[in-house]
Write a protein that binds this ligand. Sequence first.
Ligand SMILES: [Zn+2]
Length: 304
Amino acid sequence: MIGAIDIGGTKIAVGMVDDAGRVLAKTESPTQGQRGYSDGLARIENMLRETARQAGGQLRGIGIGSTGWVFPFTGEFGDVDFLPTWKGCNPVNDLSRAFHVSAALENDGDASALGEAAWGAARGKSRLIYITVGTGIGGGIVLDGQLYRGVDRAHPEVGHHVIDASGPPCTCGFRGCWEALATGPAMAAWYHSQPGARTTAGQLTAKQIFEQARSGDALARQAVERETYYLALGLANLIGLFVPEVIVLGGSLMKSVQLNDLRQVIAQGCRFVPWQKTELALASLGEDANLIGAARVWHHRYHP
Ligand SMILES: [Zn+2]
């Protein structure tokens, strides 16, 4: 079994995953980045020991998926917003030493892409893109079974391609990135900027706006159409650039979106590539997708 660690903004999840991608045991702890790296590392080590004991197998290796920036081949953390004290720290070396096994690290979008490719909705496919839409847009690209990496083996940021240059400002420096237009918070922000938005019980979430749209609210329907359009434009760009076999869609927002509506927008363009052959599929690894992906990081590095 592989020890899997998923490091996110709100929690650190740790578990044991077997060679078929099944979670044998898991636990979690609030991220609490302000408590410092050694505190975080100690908690991770305790959670690994606890879940290994529960699962009762032999620990073969450790896989880590984390929100970026991280450096997969040195094992170091870069500038991660919610983990400022982790910068320059190396959990790959530290955990490898503590448990006497090999360890590997990837960006969490890449980790989930690897998980879905091996054990989920993209199983058997060699060219795929994984996209997760929630409070941000992240993802990973797998070509010919290998994780695509850029210069210095950098992780590409699919959420920051520009959809509308006159759109809202983005944290990366541009305006109108896919992430600035098509996430749940972006959808809610647009809805609440319109006259006639419902605000009686506080601001609606994207999920609630989808519900309002289904019950016939005109402004909510407009927000859903807009959301679907921007989401599909980004997907159409990826189809035009990569023509993958499948785009796997994960994240909370995808629970509300209709795939057929996305396809209708994609069909308006893309006529120079066989876009009909690119399947859109919902992520299939469920709530443990990040943990399972983190375990797959180890397999991909050491047993490809
Ligand atoms: Zn951006």
